[in-house]
Each structure stands twice: as structure tokens, then as C-alpha cells.
Design a protein around this ligand. Structure first.
Ligand code: ARG
Length: 596
């Protein structure tokens, strides 16, 4: 039941220790139930509650309430459980056990977390190679709000999983291949003075808008002029067969676009680097083998001049199986073939144990078919976990798909600028003493953090309304609120100067100290839950609840003016709260400034 001495940096949570105690009490009372899950959760009625009796009592033909009462007898002092752990065990309702831990273990837990390098969080993902496919914008197009969601959610998952010890491989599946490039290159060729490199453009051209403008012009020509369209198609063939000049032009477009994406990643504090880019073009040389091997496996067949794999499980409205298109009638390869080559590469060459695709929910069917085909082809074993980490559509404050007045999707830079502008006003009002340079810096941190937090704190699969005013508010469940809560604690700690934080575990505990200490002890559990559910909003909720527990504590318990031992113990709580908020925000990819 004690902390494992071999993993010194891991501080087992009290929830886990209580669960282990209940489990072992169950095992000694009913040997046939050894190792049963006692279902221990946080509770409003006590520190923790065990709901296990309800299901387990059936196995030993007892009534839940009797089972719980008997179990309670094994748990208290003299019942065999480490005497230090529980101070109170009560049966409640139809067979719940309300469990409260001693002040002593709680203070010890605070001290242990504070001393541990990573606040004692376990490395539950150690040894798991996890590929995360996220961001994946399309070259020569704007990175829009949908890509923003993928970028922000994927980055947070990459951070959390890596923090828990996973061997994370980030993959940016850039849309850098296919028919549009013939059109772009041909257009550039025919319009030698189509300026589109940002360096050649007037001030104010945003990071990605220049290639995007080229895309629009080329598209207009393509739609208006059938001969240009034909020349563009010939160009695609030239590109695919490696014609030097065409490939050079393609590289130029990709590089310019990637520079633009890189600027946005830098502003957002996204981990992706050029080394993480493995765009669609990367898989070009692997496509023939995919089609050949799926044919050899008897999965691919000809259909209307195309080569397809019909799904074994998904049917369309007409009742016929839905196909993945391996080779189009014109002989070209597309998105489906590329994703098959991609999953195969990740499995066979990257040796992934888990693959996550952080992509718009509207691509659910596509991924279902890709995973199904990979499984049928025996590339994908049951031991590997592949998941489409789907997210909903971004809506405006009125609940309509997010667009500009002209009906275009809204560019990211404009959107971030708007959030930073609002944050500047809000922060400036709150803290008029800040000088302009510092206000600018804090507004950028707060505005960018606000956008990211808003993306992350809503349930991932739901559609999500983008509302700049709400997201930069100082009150409520916002990034700004959490950043501000962190700065307030830092200022308390600055006020304490060099005062020591020696924890006296023999001291009593105020209910508000207790609530905060229990919240802080749940950090690792919250992260473990994010890793299992792939839902960063659970970490947001955890941090918000913890910040509120801190506020309650600070209202009830003076820190700097308290006499010893409360002084040192409360400083320890302040320090652990600040560190938890900072690390937690960091795992969301959000900065926690010292002041704001
Ligand atoms: N580029 C695609 C888009 O913008 C997303 C790619 C997602 N990843 C993948 N492996 N298909 O919709």
C-alpha cells in the first residue's frame, strides 16, 4: 500500500492509496474478490467514496448495505489498513462507503509532491510509442479555424502524453500534393510577375495569405479557362514524374507556405517543427505498393475503371458497401490511398503502439474505412490502438459556421489579433500600472492563451462557438482567469520572500486547506484521465476547480500573517498550487506569466 520505493519520483495519489486499502480489505474479508475494483472516486460527502459494494456484493450473495458495513469494519483502525491513512469510514445510502483520510497523510502528501521533480505525477505512458497526427494544413491555403482546433488539441495531447512518459512522434500530414499543384505551378509559369512571396509584397501581407492569394487567382483561371485547366493537368503529370523545373517550383511553394505556418506555430507556441512534417508527398513512392499489396491480399478490386476497396461494414444510403478509392479512373492516387500508405508507414516503419488522428469529425467515415482496411490487410494488429480524435465544427457567437461577412473562412492571424486586442483592454483596465511594453507582452500571452484555452476547455467532439469577448474574461472558466490566479499566488510567494516551506504534518487542517490539498493531490489522476480519454477539457476542468479551491482557501486562511506551523504549511499549499497551475497550463500549451 505504501509508495513504491523503486519509482521515487512517482508519488502515489491518495485516491490510489485509499483504493488499494479498500481493495485489500475486500480481499481479506472475501478471498474470492481479491483484486476487485472498489471504484473509489472523489466525493462531496467525504474525501472519497467507494461504490464497489453495489456490484461486488452480488458475487458473495450479500446485500450491498451489509457488504459495506462489514467492509467498513475491516478498514478502520484495528482493521488491518495502515493506521495513518483513514480517519473516518461511514456507510451511506444503499452501500456507499464515505472515506476520509487523516490530516497527517494529507500534509505528508503535499510535502512529497512539492519535493518530487514532476510533482509526483506517474509515468503511466512510459514505453508507449504514440504517433500524433495533427494540424495538417494544406499548402497554399490559409490555416483556418478548423486547423486551429486540430493544432491546439493535438499539441496539448502531445504534451500530456510525453509528460506521462510516452515516446511521442508528432506528424504534420501537410496537404502538399495532388492536382492543385499543377494549377499553381502552371499559373506561376504563365504569370512571371505574379508576386506571392511575402518578401516581395507590401507591408501587411499576412504569413499565409500570400500563397493563399496565388491559390485563388490560379483557381479562378482554372475554372474560367478550359485550356489552362488542361495545361494544369499536364503539369501534375510533370510533377509526379519528377520533371526538374516543375519539382523546383513545387518546392518553392511548399517552403513559402511552411514558413507561414511556422510563424503561426511560433506565435501559438506549438511544438511542431519542420522535422515533424511528413506531408502527402512523402508517401508518393509508397502508393504503388499499397495498391499492389491490397490487390494481392484480395481486398482491392476494379470498379468502373477505378481500383477500390469496398468496406466490409459500412454501407451507403443505397445499401451498397462504401469504397475507399485506391486509384481513380484517370489513374491518379488521392487522399484515401495516401492515408493507407500513411498508416502502414506509421505501423511498419515508425513502429507505433498507438496512433492518434486529430482531425475534424466530418472525416469520421474516411478514418473508419482506413482503419478497417489496415486491419483486414493485417498491417494493423489488435495490440495497436488507432483512434480518430474527432472534434466539432467551429461556430460563431450566433451558432453559425464561422465565416467572414464575405463568406470566406476567417484567417487565423486576424482572429488571434482580435483576441489579443480584447485581452489588452481587459488587462489594461485591471492593472493600469503596466507600462506599454509590458502590457503588450502580457496581452499577447493572455490573448493567445485565451484562444487556446477556449478551444481546449469545451468538450472536443461538440461544435464550439468562437466568442472572443467571453474567452478573454477575467471571471469564469477562461485561460485569463487561470493565468491570473497563478499570478496572484506568485505575488503572495514574492511577499513571503525567503520564508521556508517546511511542512509540519502534525498540524491540524482547516476544511479549506483540506479541500485544496485533495485537489492538488489529484493532478496525476487528471492527466492520466486525459491520456485515456484524449479529452484535454478534463485537465481544464481540473485546473479551474483547483484554482477555485485556492480562492476559497485564501479567503478562509491567512497565509503571510499566520503563526507557525500554519505559516509554513500554507506557504507549501501556495507553492504547490502555483506549480500545479503552471505545469497544468504548460501541458495545455499555455504560458503562465509571473504577473499580469
Ligand atoms: N489536410 C487535411 C485537411 O485539411 C487533414 C489531414 C489529416 N490527416 C490525415 N492523415 N488525413 O482536411
Amino acid at each position: 500500500l505504501r509508495r513504491s520505493p523503486t519509482v521515487s519520483e512517482h508519488v502515489e495519489s491518495l485516491r490510489d492509496r485509499v483504493a488499494a486499502a479498500v481493495s485489500s480489505a475486500i480481499g481479506s474479508a472475501w478471498p474470492e474478490l481479491t483484486d476487485a475494483d472498489p471504484v473509489v472516486r472523489r466525493s462531496e460527502h467525504a474525501d472519497f467514496q467507494s461504490n464497489g459494494a453495489l456490484a461486488l456484493s452480488r458475487h458473495v450473495a450479500a446485500r450491498p448495505a451489509e457488504f459495506a458495513a462489514e467492509l467498513a469494519g475491516h478498514l478502520g483502525p484495528g482493521g488491518g489498513t495502515e493506521t495513518e491513512l483513514l480517519r473516518d469510514v461511514q456507510v451511506s445510502g444503499p452501500g456507499f462507503l464515505n472515506l476520509s483520510v487523516t490530516d497527517h497523510v494529507l500534509w505528508e502528501q503535499v510535502a512529497a509532491r512539492l519535493a518530487a521533480p514532476r510533482l509526483g505525477v506517474p509515468r503511466g505512458e512510459a514505453g508507449r510509442r504514440t504517433v500524433i497526427d495533427y494540424s495538417a494544413p494544406n499548402i497554399a491555403k490559409d490555416l483556418h479555424v478548423g486547423h486551429l482546433r486540430s493544432t491546439v488539441i493535438g499539441d496539448s495531447l502531445a504534451r500530456v502524453l510525453a509528460h506521462l512518459g510516452a515516446d511521442v512522434i508528432r506528424q504534420n500530414h501537410l496537404g502538399d500534393w495532388g492536382t492543385p499543384f499543377g494549377m499553381l505551378i502552371q499559373y506561376l509559369d504563365e504569370h512571371p510577375d505574379a508576386t506571392w512571396h511575402r518578401a516581395e509584397l507590401a507591408d501587411g501581407a499576412s504569413a499565409v495569405s500570400a500563397p493563399n492569394q496565388l491559390y485563388r487567382d490560379a483557381r479562378a483561371a482554372f475554372d474560367a479557362d478550359p485550356e489552362f485547366a488542361d495545361r494544369s493537368r499536364t503539369r501534375v503529370v510533370a510533377l509526379q514524374s519528377g520533371d526538374d523545373a516543375t519539382v523546383a517550383a513545387w518546392r518553392d511553394i511548399v517552403a513559402e507556405s511552411e514558413r507561414g505556418f511556422g510563424e503561426i506555430y511560433a506565435r501559438l507556441g506549438i511544438l511542431l517543427t519542420p522535422a515533424d512534417s511528413a506531408g502527402e508527398s512523402f508517401y508518393n513512392s509508397r502508393l504503388d505498393a499499397v495498391v499492389r499489396d491490397l490487390r494481392d491480399a484480395g481486398l482491392a478490386e476494379d470498379s468502373d475503371g477505378a481500383v477500390v476497396v469496398f468496406s466490409a461494414s459500412a454501407t451507403g444510403p443505397d445499401g451498397r458497401p462504401i469504397p475507399l478509392i485506391l486509384r481513380k479512373r484517370d489513374g491518379g492516387y488521392g487522399y484515401d490511398t495516401t492515408d493507407l500508405a500513411t498508416i502502414r508507414y506509421r505501423l511498419e516503419e515508425l513502429r507505433a503502439g498507438r496512433i492518434l488522428y486529430v482531425v475534424d469529425a466530418r472525416q469520421a467515415l474516411h478514418f473508419r474505412l482506413v482503419f478497417e482496411t489496415a486491419r483486414r490487410a493485417s498491417w494493423l494488429a489488435d495490440t495497436v490502438d488507432v483512434e480518430h480524435v474527432a472534434f466539432g465544427t467551429v461556430l460563431d457567437a450566433d451558432g453559425r459556421p464561422f465565416r467572414t461577412r464575405a463568406g470566406d473562412t476567417v484567417g487565423l492571424t486576424a482572429l488571434l489579433d482580435a483576441a489579443v486586442e480584447r485581452a489588452r483592454t481587459v488587462v489594461g483596465e485591471k492593472n493600469p500600472e503596466l507600462d506599454t511594453a509590458e502590457l503588450d507582452r502580457i496581452a499577447e500571452t493572455a490573448g493567445v492563451g485565451a484562444v487556446k484555452y477556449a478551444e481546449l476547455s469545451t468538450s472536443r467532439v461538440k461544435d464550439y462557438a468562437f466568442d472572443v469577448d467571453r474567452m478573454v474574461s477575467f471571471s469564469g472558466d477562461t485561460g485569463v482567469y487561470l493565468q491570473y490566479a497563478h499570478t496572484r499566488i506568485r505575488s503572495i510567494l514574492r511577499g513571503a520572500g525567503d520564508d521556508g516551506v517546511s511542512v509540519d504534518a502534525a498540524a491540524g487542517m482547516h476544511p479549506a486547506e483540506r479541500a485544496l490539498a485533495i485537489a492538488l493531490d489529484g493532478f496525476g489522476d487528471a492527466l492520466t484521465e486525459v491520456a485515456a480519454t484524449l479529452e484535454p477539457h478534463r485537465l481544464c476542468t481540473y485546473l479551474y476547480d483547483t484554482a477555485r479551491a485556492f480562492t476559497d482557501f485564501y479567503e478562509a486562511c491567512p497565509v503571510l500573517t499566520a503563526p507557525p506551523p500554519a505559516h509554513g504549511n500554507r506557504l507549501a499549499l501556495c507553492r504547490l498550487t502555483a506549480a500545479t497551475l503552471q505545469q497544468g497550463l504548460g501541458l495545455l500549451g499555455i504560458e503562465a506569466p509571473e504577473r499580469m
